[in-house]
Design a protein around this ligand. Structure first.
Ligand SMILES: [Zn+2]
Length: 491
């Protein structure tokens, strides 16, 4: 059921709101064929909800059996002290199978209809104008709305294993029909959307060799009267468009304002890599949209304080080496050292400060860690990033250290984050849920997209038993390099 669109021009368009926007606006919501986005603006303790949507088309027929995910046949992490055997492959115990769920969190195989970001990928930005409006911006200005920020996010998130190479076209390419002719909107009619894509591809094909690109962004003139910023989404095509001998399977259709919402393109690009939406769609469209993961993953909210991708996602995408995931098998006690998720080569506590407009320099953070700012305090990025406890055929618990480094530089509360993973859950239906180690308190109320989960991590010195599971985590200390020493006790 479509959510009602609130009035436009809310506080986020004002100067003050724009300053707040990177940390104060909450994003996304849901999926059916299209995914809607709820954005709530918190200004001076008030909440205003603006609703728009991103969207993801879905294409069940593209879900095939992929190649065996060979990199998952890993051996136990060297930082484990008390696992039964270091020679047992991790994959047998902790790898969830990929199911038919749209964007399944299962990782035993890679869905080959999606590009895997383990190599450099080339993305073309095609700028579309319309005969009913003279653009007020230049293609170069719109390109700089999204790049290099989007590429930088992925560079940090992947520890340099993935490079997104943007190729913005220098020119406007004019569509054959007025912007108002396509009825662009959040509940975009399928036929109208198809007409838009067909026209855009036809107009662009003469100038662009699509065979050179892995990802296609169609960026519409934000000032054309028919362009609706609620319509940004990924469209997965039932029948790939053929151009230049290439099958174009999906297109990111961008209808953002100028300037756009922060990291919106990175979120959409996550879908291009088969990552699901992690926000929660309330049944009546009016509840909170961020109850599942709060600030803790870009696919939950592009405005999160700690938007680095979960370690589980990094494992899925191929960004964690085999020794960086510890499969904890019980019963018994396992001691391990977890390096902060955001720490990587070149990452520093101040690396992302420029996005947020506050807390420049990466010092003075809340949290309990006490580690000095700077890359050296967080390790080189090659350590163990994720611990997993299998809890069922299609479920597992993830444990990872979230510190103020890399993409997480603005994190509210540091510590060991615990979350549940469900391989059979659909995108938008809670495939990952953060477990709140402090369910009675909130934090960072004016900045977090969901304050109840902003203090979710298990802090230094604390012990936390995961509700409903016979699993306990004890956060013992920090190493000289800033990593976290942890005990995980299972049944
Ligand atoms: Zn989405």
């Amino acid at each position: 059921m479509p959510r009602p669109l609130p009035r436009k021009g809310s506080a986020r368009r004002t100067g003050r709101a724009r300053r707040l926007l990177p940390r104060a606006v909450r994003i996304p919501a849901t999926a059916s064929e299209a995914v809607r986005t709820a954005r709530t603006v918190r200004v001076r303790g008030r909440t205003r909800r603006a609703v728009r949507r991103l969207a993801d088309g879905r294409l069940p027929s593209l879900r095939g059996t992929g190649a065996v995910f060979t990199s998952l046949t890993a051996v136990a992490a060297t930082s484990l002290v008390a696992v039964p055997s270091v020679a047992v492959p991790l994959s047998a115990a902790c790898v969830l199978r990929r199911t038919d769920a749209h964007h399944s969190e299962g990782i035993d195989t890679w869905n080959r209809s999606y590009p895997r970001p383990t190599r450099a990928l080339d993305a073309v930005l095609v700028f579309l104008s319309f005969p009913d409006a003279a653009p007020l911006t230049t293609p170069a200005e719109l390109a700089s709305d999204h790049f290099p920020a989007t590429s930088s996010f992925f560079e940090r998130a992947s520890y340099g294993r993935f490079t997104l190479r943007a190729h913005p076209r220098p020119e406007w390419i004019e569509m054959p029909r007025p912007s108002t002719a396509y009825a662009i909107e959040r509940d975009w009619d399928t036929a109208q959307r198809a007409a838009y894509l067909r026209d855009a591809m036809a107009a662009a094909d003469a100038r662009i060799d699509f065979s050179r690109y892995d990802i296609v962004y169609f960026v519409a003139d934000p000032d054309a009267p028919g362009v609706d910023s609620d319509a940004t989404k990924v469209v997965n095509l039932d029948r790939p468009l053929r151009a230049d001998g290439t099958a174009v399977r999906r297109i990111v259709t961008v209808f953002e304002k100028h300037p756009p919402d922060r990291l919106v393109l990175a979120h959409e690009t996550g879908h291009v890599f088969d990552l699901p939406d992690l926000y929660h769609r309330p049944a009546d469209g009016r509840g909170d949209w961020d109850t599942h993961v709060g600030d803790w993953d870009l696919m939950g909210s592009q405005f999160g304080l700690a938007p680095d991708l979960f370690g589980w996602h990094k494992w899925k995408l191929g960004w964690l080496g085999s020794r960086q995931v510890a499969c904890v098998r019980g019963p018994g006690t396992t001691r391990l050292t977890l390096e902060s998720l955001g720490a990587g080569a070149g990452a520093s506590a101040g690396a992302g400060a420029g996005w947020h407009g506050r807390r420049d320099g990466g010092t003075g953070w809340g949290g309990d860690g006490g580690a000095a700012a700077g890359a050296e305090a967080f390790g080189p990025g090659g350590g163990t990033k994720l611990a997993v406890v299998r809890t069922g055929r299609d479920s597992a618990l993830g444990f990872e250290a979230r510190g103020a480094v890399g993409n997480d530089v603005s994190v509210c509360a540091q510590g060991i984050l615990v979350y549940r993973i469900r391989g059979e859950a659909e995108s938008g239906e809670g495939p990952i849920e953060v477990v709140d180690a402090h369910p009675r308190t909130e934090a960072c109320w004016e900045e977090s997209v969901y304050p109840p989960l902003a203090d979710a991590p298990v802090a230094l010195g604390e012990t936390f038993t995961v509700p409903g599971e016979d699993v306990r985590v004890e956060v013992e200390g920090r190493t000289a390099s800033g990593a976290w020493t942890v005990r995980i006790v299972t049944g």
